[in-house]
Design a protein around this ligand. Structure first.
Ligand SMILES: Cc1cc2nc3c(=O)[nH]c(=O)nc-3n(C[C@H](O)[C@H](O)[C@H](O)COP(=O)(O)OP(=O)(O)OC[C@H]3O[C@@H](n4cnc5c(N)ncnc54)[C@H](O)[C@@H]3O)c2cc1C
Length: 443
């Protein structure tokens, strides 16, 4: 069976939230499902935990299974922190093949493709090239934009409803334009975003500095696009806080469980096999299973004949303590030229980006880290403690179209919410809400 990325059309989707009469938005509640089920969510990254939360809120009994000792320790651990509705354009764009060609052999290129022995890499790369066709790119971007818009609304509701804290900043995202090509295309981009219903404004360098004085020393700044409705926040903190709320409201979280496979009886998935920390194998039953395993999703489902087009694209981040808060940005930034994103979490600054197509290898390339440190030094000289920088690498679960896989898998009892690529934090709440509605509609 072959797959295309699926996002249901969320444009007309009915929201399951409803206001309790004359109560504040903070008191919104969910509509309970009429036939509650036991749903097992596989994977406890930001996608798995939000999925579990929405299902629990809808009245289901929910268990989460996770291999690691805690939640949010893989790709959701130290990402760029942006809720970036204003960047729905997938990396598979008409410009991507040329960018990839130019980057061959350059160790500091934003995108690096390494030749390897696994054939999945080449199959994925060919599909990626197909998604670069202008029509496909436009269609993918539009669908991601719709889901992102829904997602940021859902995140705000969740925040108001739960009071969850995760160093969030609702100050928008400033997309820095540092080369003439980016500047000349900026007007068109703002117009395109407006067509998708995303607010954005073009700004001169002086206006950028008035908004964010810490940009006074930003090198080569030609202008910026401000997306005022975007946000940022620490995805790992969010995942941990939401997992605590989930457990506090009766959700079951089983960490230290390495999922080995799914058991199919007839046409239905009925059990999952997992190794617990002590090495014993457990068979766990449920009415439905949701795969939220990030880059582990494709491997788990291959024995069932499901070929998910998800391949890892490695990215890096550094997190540095801030020593002079006044000289460090509070607004989240995207450097469009270097393809880096920068977010502030209280007294920490995170810079993240780059894309290495290099299999499942999570080792850290010191050259990538050196160039991230150099960026922070150039933008905010002396304002952070670079010597204490924490370096991290994570694997984005990318589909060739960059659109996630959300919905029924084609096998009874098995659902997908995975493949969120470079926007998993942005899309988490909207994806979880969408999947919850689909499961409820089926039950
Ligand atoms: C450098 C970088 C910067 C990024 N910046 C941003 C950003 O600014 N904004 C944004 O929206 N997105 C960003 N992303 C993307 C985002 O981080 C991911 O899309 C998101 O974290 C994916 O979440 P997930 O829950 O699907 O996967 P994960 O967080 O990887 O969670 C999957 C979970 O499944 C578990 N698992 C896997 N296999 C098994 C198994 N067999 N048994 C048990 N458990 C298993 C894993 O341990 C893991 O906990 C960035 C990514 C990177 C790498």
């Amino acid at each position: 069976m072959s797959w295309v990325a699926i996002i249901p059309d969320t444009g007309s989707a009915r929201c399951r939230y409803h206001d309790n009469a004359r109560r504040s938005p903070a008191r919104r509640t969910f509509e309970s499902v009429s036939t509650p089920m036991h749903v097992m969510v596989l994977g406890a990254g930001v996608t798995g935990i939000t999925t579990a939360w929405y299902l629990l809120q809808a009245g289901h009994e929910v268990t989460v299974l996770e291999r690691r000792e805690d939640v949010g320790l893989e790709t959701s651990f130290a990402n760029g922190g942006q809720i970036s509705v204003s960047h729905p354009e997938p990396w598979s764009s008409p410009a991507a093949p040329l960018i990839a060609l130019r980057s061959l052999g350059k160790p500091d290129a934003p995108l690096r493709f390494r030749f390897g022995t696994d054939w999945q890499r080449y199959v994925w790369a060919v599909s990626f090239l197909r998604e670069c066709l202008p029509g496909r790119h436009r269609n993918n971007a539009e669908r991601i934009a719709r889901l992102a818009l829904r997602s940021v609304r859902a995140l705000r509701q969740l925040r108001e409803q739960s009071g969850i804290e995760y160093d969030h900043c609702a100050g928008g995202i400033l997309h820095l334009l540092r080369d003439p090509a980016a500047l000349s295309g900026a007007g068109r981009r703002v117009q395109q975003l407006a067509e998708w219903g995303i607010r954005a404004t073009l700004m001169k360098p002086s206006e950028c500095c008035a908004l964010e004085p810490a940009l006074a020393r930003a090198p080569d700044l030609l202008g910026a696009i401000l997306a005022p409705d975007d946000e940022s926040g620490d995805a790992h903190r969010f995942t941990q806080a939401l997992a605590s709320l989930f457990a506090g409201r009766g959700g079951r979280l089983l960490t230290g469980h390495d999922i080995l496979g799914l058991v199919r009886e007839g046409t239905r998935i009925t059990q999952v096999l997992a190794t617990a920390e002590q090495g014993s194998t457990r068979a766990l039953q449920a009415d439905a299973f949701v795969v939220c395993l990030g880059v582990g999703s494709a491997r788990l489902l291959a024995p069932l004949g499901l070929r998910l087009p998800i391949y890892p694209v490695k990215g890096y981040s550094i997190t540095v303590p801030i020593v002079d808060p006044a000289r460090v940005t509070t607004v989240s930034l995207t450097d469009e030229t270097r393809r880096l994103v920068c977010s502030r979490f209280g007294d920490r600054l995170r810079l993240a980006g780059t894309a290495d197509i290099d299999g499942y290898d999570k080792r850290i390339d010191p050259r990538r880290i050196a160039s991230l440190r150099a960026w922070i030094d150039a933008f905010f000289p002396g304002a952070t403690d670079l010597a204490s920088a924490e370096a991290w690498a994570g694997l984005r679960p990318c589909t060739p179209s960059y659109a996630p896989l959300i919905g029924a898998s084609g096998i009874d009892g098995l659902w997908l919410n995975t493949g969120h690529g470079s926007l998993g934090w942005t899309l988490a709440c909207g994806s979880a809400e969408t999947l919850m509605e689909q499961i409820n509609a089926r039950t």
